[in-house]
Design a protein. Structure first.
Length: 424
């Protein structure tokens, strides 16, 4: 009897352990994320890691390598970290760090628990590419800018590149994207940060027509260089331009960037906005209104849109109207400063199918409709009370749940067989 009880205990223990192993979440597979901030014009970068599992009583260090398989040779202390985050500064004043940033656009950071000498984050890929607008020390230059050979602001500073390791080239490209031009004007008007433009600027690099810088020198005893493409910056025409810069490396990676050249001229005031007076749109379709500006070459054409009754129709920032129900609403377009407005009365009508259904109903008016026929074909529908896929909190799918039930059932079956055989 004692032996029978022991076997029962063993089977129950196996089942419990199996279930626990399936239900306990795998913390080692927690999602790790990283964000980056690039310091202006020096190539140094700050990486903020999240989703880590760190012991705040331990010390941690990191290594940076060119590939995921390269052995880390130099480890550096991590000064800022919590139980789940770590901040890592890659400073180009460090020769080993600078060597990696100078050669590859994608590097790999490894994090190690220094206290117990254990890797807590395997080589993790990070972006080492310098944003185009931060390759030099001046994101914007006014057209006609004169660079004297001697004096204050006598050159454009370039970090990590100099005549010993690279050649310098440039070319102009006119910006035609009105969104970029309007955003530039907005930032300029409030004396804001032009680096805010980076995410909406062009990232397709020109492939030809490069011209050598007329003045390109290095700083004595430094990795940095400076100079200017031409002594006087001169855009080909009026407008806003990219002044592309390109540094062709010798045994290091090529670097591309740009400076914005402002040759927009004086602002032209907006005198008025007009819209068509009325418009009609069917349910299920959309309509886009296009405002007319006076004068047509007004500098600031940034506008906002609104609907007097969003239950009838809504309007987005591009003037696209999406109907919601039959009715009418007034769509208003307003200049950025709020001084100029125009309106359009939009009527939402029923769809053609709705109209056809109404006409058919009128035709059958007064006739008896046969409602005795029913559709006996059943259609499988989703049960909104039934969870699908992964079960909440457990991380166990329906297939795994079936496996667990079979495991428990099998244990009970074999145990009952054992008792019968023992009684023979």
């Amino acid at each position: 009897m004692t032996r029978e009880k022991n076997i029962t205990k063993i089977i129950i223990m196996i089942l419990i352990v199996s279930i626990l192993l399936l239900l306990v979440p795998n913390v080692s597979k927690a999602t790790v994320g990283v964000t980056r901030n690039v310091y202006s014009n020096n190539g140094s970068m700050k990486f903020n890691f999240t989703g880590l599992a760190l012991d705040t009583t331990h010390d941690y260090e990191y290594g940076l390598t060119k590939t995921a398989t390269t052995q880390v040779e130099n480890w550096y202390s991590i000064m800022q970290f919590t139980a789940t985050t770590a901040t890592i500064d890659l400073m180009t004043t460090n020769n080993e760090i600078r060597e990696v940033i100078n050669v590859v656009d994608t590097g790999y950071i490894t994090i190690r628990d220094k206290t117990i000498s254990k890797i807590v984050l395997e080589p993790y890929s990070v972006d080492l590419k310098i944003p185009y607008l931060k390759v030099n020390n001046c994101p914007v230059i006014s057209n006609g800018k004169d660079f004297p050979i001697i004096g204050k602001n006598s050159s454009i500073d370039i970090k990590l590149r100099n005549p010993k390791n690279s050649e310098a080239y440039y070319q102009y490209e006119k910006i035609t994207d009105e969104n970029v031009i309007n955003k530039y004007r907005e930032i300029k008007a409030k004396n804001g940060d032009f680096y805010e433009l980076q995410n909406i600027l062009k990232d397709t690099i020109p492939t030809s027509n490069w011209t050598t810088w007329s003045y390109w020198i290095g700083e004595y005893g430094s990795e940095n260089g400076g100079g200017y493409p031409t002594e006087i910056i001169q855009a080909p025409d009026t407008g806003l331009y990219y002044l592309w810069v390109y540094f062709s490396g010798k045994n290091i990676k090529d670097i591309y960037g740009y400076i914005l050249v402002d040759n927009l001229g004086a602002d032209i005031a907006l005198e008025g906005i007009s819209l068509q007076k009325t418009a009609t749109v069917q349910l299920g379709k959309t309509l886009t209104l296009t405002p007319t500006f006076s004068p047509s070459n007004a500098t600031n054409k940034i506008v906002t849109w609104s609907s007097s009754d969003e239950s009838v129709a809504t309007v987005d920032n591009a003037g696209k109207i999406t109907p919601k129900k039959v009715g009418s609403t007034i769509i208003t377009v307003t200049s950025q400063d709020g001084s100029k407005k125009a309106t359009c009365t939009v009527t939402v009508t029923a769809t053609s199918s709705d109209t056809d259904n109404t006409n058919n109903k009128d035709k059958t008016n007064g006739q008896k409709t046969d409602t005795t026929k029913t559709n006996t074909t059943s259609t499988k529908t989703d049960d909104p009370t039934t969870a699908k896929g992964i079960l909440p909190k457990t991380g166990v799918g329906t297939g795994m749940l079936i496996f667990m039930i079979c495991l428990i059932g099998g244990g009970v079956y074999f145990y009952s067989k054992y008792k019968k055989l023992k009684g023979i």
